[in-house]
Design a protein. Structure first.
Length: 96
């Protein structure tokens, strides 16, 4: 299953209600899992981003989940497709 890593930042709305963030995460996890996306981890961070999330699922479904979360207005995300060492080894085997 494809893995995605999202760098998440609070919006002005999200930071004003930061105390609700753990509850919002639980709601996100429930919604994602209902749609077929597995939440592998979430980490609150200090620096340029406020959170990092790791999820697995079909690309179109992960995209739909992230668009739904973004539409709520509490966070913005930048998402990257991640590859395991074995996946990378397989791709490199196809490089001529």
């Amino acid at each position: 299953m494809p893995t995605f890593i999202s760098l998440v930042s609070f919006t002005d709305q999200g930071i004003r209600a930061v105390k609700d963030s753990p509850d919002r995460f639980n709601a996100f996890k429930a919604m994602a899992e209902k749609m077929g996306v597995t939440v592998k981890g979430i980490y609150y961070t200090i620096g340029t981003c406020d959170m990092v999330t790791i999820v697995e699922g079909p690309e179109d479904v992960v995209t739909a989940v992230l668009l739904k979360v973004g539409s709520l207005g509490n966070v913005r995300s930048q998402t990257m497709r991640a590859f395991s060492v074995d996946e990378m080894r397989n791709m490199l085997g196809k490089v001529a």
